[in-house]
Design a protein around this ligand. Structure first.
Ligand code: GTP
Ligand code: MG
Length: 206
């Protein structure tokens, strides 16, 4: 898919502030610092479209971007950010789960996992929650430039094995590097395929 335009639309603190749910929407979620905002910039080939930071907890709102005047891409705050207050964490958690559960035009959620980390409870639980709620998701292993190819393959095989203890089949899995710009075509091709198969008439509540 060719990206002709990518524009920031707005930042929202809750579902009712989000843009009208009239276009296919893809969200990026995962732990703080996993590389959500960087991946969005890499996909859109824009340096600073989504704000990134070396310090976790940079993205604190639901950020909508409109791509090719045709679909929305959403940058979400990271879950499980430890260095904030318990109350703040609960507020984020609520904001994220409410948005994902109730956003009718949300077609797919990309769950980002740092390829260097062994399976973490918080990610496994989040995916399990998506399964229970019937939320379609895909997995993106990020920062693959940080591992050599054999450790990367080993790490991903182990992760898949762990998931298969819980799931009968795996969702689509992607491997990306915002640094090395890898995985861009695969993710965009997938978005394109999904966009071609789902139209606004098919949204959950319409
Ligand atoms: P929050 O908004 O805090 O939840 O974080 P985020 O998931 O949006 O992460 P962000 O994109 O801000 O990136 C966090 C850090 O990881 C930054 O220092 C990035 O430069 C770095 N980073 C992101 N993607 C990659 C990658 O593919 N490779 C490498 N080497 N570093 C990356
Ligand atoms: Mg971010």
């Amino acid at each position: 898919m060719k990206i002709n335009s990518a524009e920031f639309v707005k930042s929202s603190t809750e579902l009712k502030e989000c843009p009208a749910p009239n276009k296919n929407e893809f969200a990026f979620i995962g732990r703080s610092n996993v590389g959500k905002s960087s991946l969005i910039n890499m996909l859109m080939q824009r340096k600073d479209l989504a704000k990134t930071s070396g310090r976790p907890g940079k993205t604190q709102l639901i950020n909508h971007f409109e791509v090719n005047e045709n679909w929305y891409l959403v940058d979400l705050p990271g879950y499980g950010y430890a260095k904030t207050s318990k109350k703040n964490r609960a507020i984020f958690q609520e904001m994220i789960t409410n948005y994902i559960k109730k956003r009718d035009n949300l077609i797919n959620t990309f769950v980002l996992i740092d390829c260097r980390h062994d399976p973490q409870k918080i990610d496994l639980e989040f995916m399990e929650w998506c399964g229970m709620e019937g939320i379609p998701f895909s997995i993106v292993f990020t920062k693959i430039d940080k591992l050599g190819s054999s450790s990367l393959m080993k790490q991903i095989a182990q992760y898949k094995k762990k998931l298969l203890l819980q799931w009968e089949a795996l969702p689509p899995v992607f491997m990306t590097s915002a640094e090395g710009r890898s995985g861009r075509e695969e993710v965009l091709r997938y978005i394109d395929e999904v966009n071609n198969s789902i139209t606004a008439e098919m949204y959950r509540k319409l």
